[in-house]
Ligand binder design. Structure first.
Ligand code: ZN
Length: 79
């Protein structure tokens, strides 16, 4: 299975089977360093989060599921 790269400001994902552009299930493995700040009641707030690694493992079309190929395409300008 080919794993598409993450989209950036000029690209997006597209399902080659149904043409879906907007709904995907993504599985990614991330390692993060976080700063947790607890208030006196014990409620935490994560005030800093830095990703040490971020690897996409799988991108599936929300409608077609397994088997469909998701590709990276250029965004078109909507006017
Ligand atoms: Zn699809």
């Amino acid at each position: 299975m080919t794993i598409p790269r993450l989209p950036d400001s000029t690209t997006r994902w597209r399902c080659t089977r149904c043409g879906n552009l907007t709904r995907f299930d993504v599985r990614r493995d991330q390692v993060a360093h976080e700063f947790w700040h607890f208030d006196l009641s014990g409620e935490p707030v994560i005030e800093e989060r830095n990703l040490a690694s971020d690897a996409v493992q799988e991108v599936k079309c929300r409608w077609c599921g397994v088997g469909a190929v998701v590709e990276l395409i250029a965004r078109t300008v909507v006017e």
